[in-house]
Design a protein around this ligand. Sequence first.
Ligand SMILES: NC(=O)c1ccc[n+]([C@@H]2O[C@H](COP(=O)([O-])OP(=O)(O)OC[C@H]3O[C@@H](n4cnc5c(N)ncnc54)[C@H](OP(=O)(O)O)[C@@H]3O)[C@@H](O)[C@H]2O)c1
Length: 217
Amino acid sequence: MKLTTIGIIGAGHIGSQIARLAVANGYNVVISNSRGPETLSTLVAELGPKARAATAIGAAEAGDIVVVSVPLKNYRKVPVEPLAGKIVIDTDNYYPERDGHIPELDNETTTTSELLQAHLPTSKVVKAFNHIYAAALTADGQPAGAKNRRALVIAGDDKDAKAGVTHLLDQFGFDTVDAGPLTEGWRIQRDTPGYGPRRTAEELRRDLATAKRYADQ
Ligand SMILES: NC(=O)c1ccc[n+]([C@@H]2O[C@H](COP(=O)([O-])OP(=O)(O)OC[C@H]3O[C@@H](n4cnc5c(N)ncnc54)[C@H](OP(=O)(O)O)[C@@H]3O)[C@@H](O)[C@H]2O)c1
């Protein structure tokens, strides 16, 4: 299936940057926030004719692939039914000072993207874009094959969904390092070596291998 429309739930630092990259690479974008489409007119005007604003349900319905980029505390508000069967990219991170304490993350019996996957049982959740600062998304991309190209981590349980996201990342200017299933997503969570800095694929693989869980830091 040819993916032509990217739905985006969350139009903040990361969501708006992903929208810019998507439009620049020829995708249609349907973007949403919590306050309503009318509050996104400035961003939509900047993005141009390939973009429009909608509700979160509208963005979920319209997207062939949908990005969730909201404060983690709101993940249960992400619409379930319109995302059924779709690839859902999860950028979210856990910051207790912002999100409140989530016991199963504090005791590390699960990970952020597994929580979203449990909320969206038939969607194909792929963790991506969680460890790059928003501004770097449009600054660090380079064509495929560029020397020392920056790499980004993905994790997910569906092979085809990961292949689709790998293709998208390549179009956006980044190599991909596959951390494995969603259960391995902790290797790129807050405070791990790969979280934030610019890394090539080789460096990032080392970072993933040396990552420690919160309890072991
Ligand atoms: N900032 C970064 O550099 C960065 C990097 C990697 C990952 N992340 C992670 O990515 C996520 C987004 O970060 P951000 O910095 O982009 O956040 P942000 O600037 O605070 O933007 C959050 C966006 O989510 C929207 N939102 C909140 N609840 C929603 C809901 N129920 N339905 C639809 N939209 C909703 C907000 O809309 P309203 O404004 O209308 O409420 C806002 O547009 C976070 O989990 C963050 O930890 C951030």
